[in-house]
Design a binder for this molecule. Structure first.
Ligand code: UDP
Length: 328
């Protein structure tokens, strides 16, 4: 029997941090990979290892360009929709772009996938859990802060994306899968948009103080991007995942102060920590969550996925990447 022909796939946001790793994986699977990215936070450099691959097709454009996307989606069998405005700092600086890109972009993708009956993965976020907590399962209640606090705009855009995704599945039978990312980190992530781990690594390597916001006792769970790619591809291959929502993250927590200390220790830096009040870092009225820990039993049950990389590996990889550009 002939081997099945690998199916072409579109990755929106494919020049971004997570997207570029996913693109490499799909190319390894010998698939034609279309990338649509407006390079607002993505960079063509992220794709430098595969830039001349004959099956890679990069389109530098916005996910708000309906005719262009219609043309691309007509050529593929699957879509992974990652394109969004991301990063707390960027969201605070560009609330209008955040809302329009994240909501309208997903509306367009889902509408076109529905017209072409194309399976689609929609990226969501642990910000959905609002003020957070521990052992957060996918059906956990969510509490957001005031509309006056722009931080929550991001969560609300992703909330609408999720509702729209499950609604398309319920009303039109569109095969939609939603993944909620919890603090994904790894090579190619930059500190430019305020993301904590690459920021700490940059500061430690430069011998600068590490900027710990608040009292540093807030905790997060960090998941390696390659584990995230495994999660996405596993979900896309699973019929049981269709129409459902999945946490993608690590259950092990660390305080932000603890993270800063580990970065200093692992990089052999002489830097010290500096505690910075949230008002100074993000402006008045900013709210942070003390904890945001996923329950990942659903994705493990449905696909068998569990994250494989330890926090120490993750930190060492982030240091190696910034120190010598290594792809560890
Ligand atoms: N943070 C910090 N110093 C920084 C950047 C971030 O202490 O230079 C803190 C931030 O306030 C939050 C945590 O690190 O408590 C994670 O921030 P990030 O923006 O990476 O992701 P979030 O979990 O907030 O989406």
């Amino acid at each position: 029997m002939a081997e099945p022909v690998p199916e072409p796939v579109l990755v929106t946001g494919g020049a971004g941090f997570i997207g570029s790793h996913l693109v490499e994986r799909f190319l390894e699977e010998d698939r034609h990979v279309y990338v649509v990215d407006d390079l607002s936070t993505g960079r063509l450099d992220n794709l430098s290892a595969v830039r001349s691959h004959p099956k890679l097709h990069v389109i530098v454009d916005s996910v708000l360009n309906y005719p262009m996307l219609g043309d691309v989606i007509a050529r593929v069998r699957e879509v992974v929709h990652l394109a969004a405005v991301v990063g707390v700092k960027r969201v605070l600086e560009h609330p209008v772009t955040t809302i329009t890109t994240n909501v309208r972009g997903t509306e367009i993708i889902l509408d076109l996938c529905n017209r072409h009956r194309t399976k689609v993965f929609v990226a969501s976020t642990s910000e959905i859990y609002g003020k957070g907590g521990e052992n957060l399962d996918e059906d956990h209640d969510r509490v957001m802060g005031s509309v006056r606090n722009w931080r929550w705009a991001y969560a609300c855009t992703k909330e609408i994306d999720e509702f729209l995704g499950v609604a398309y599945h319920a009303e039109h039978g569109l095969p939609v899968i939603i993944g909620r990312f919890f603090n994904i980190v790894g090579p190619r992530q930059t500190g430019e948009y305020g993301i904590v781990l690459p920021t700490f690594v940059r500061q430690a390597l430069a011998g600068e103080e590490l900027t710990v916001y608040g009292d540093g006792e807030q905790r997060r769970c960090f998941c390696h991007v390659e584990d995230t790619v495994d999660a996405i591809t596993g979900l896309m291959k699973s019929d049981a995942a269709v129409g459902d929502i999945f946490n993608i993250g690590v259950e092990q927590e660390i305080t932000i102060r603890g993270l800063a200390e580990k970065v200093i220790e692992r990089s052999g830096s002489k830097s010290r920590l500096r505690l910075i009040p949230y008002e100074t870092a993000y402006g008045g009225g900013f709210e942070d969550m003390d904890r945001r820990q996923p329950n990942i039993s659903k994705i493990t049950r449905v696909t068998g996925w569990r994250p494989g990389r330890s926090l120490d590996d993750i930190i060492e990889g982030a240091i190696a990447f910034q120190r010598d550009g290594s792809r560890a």
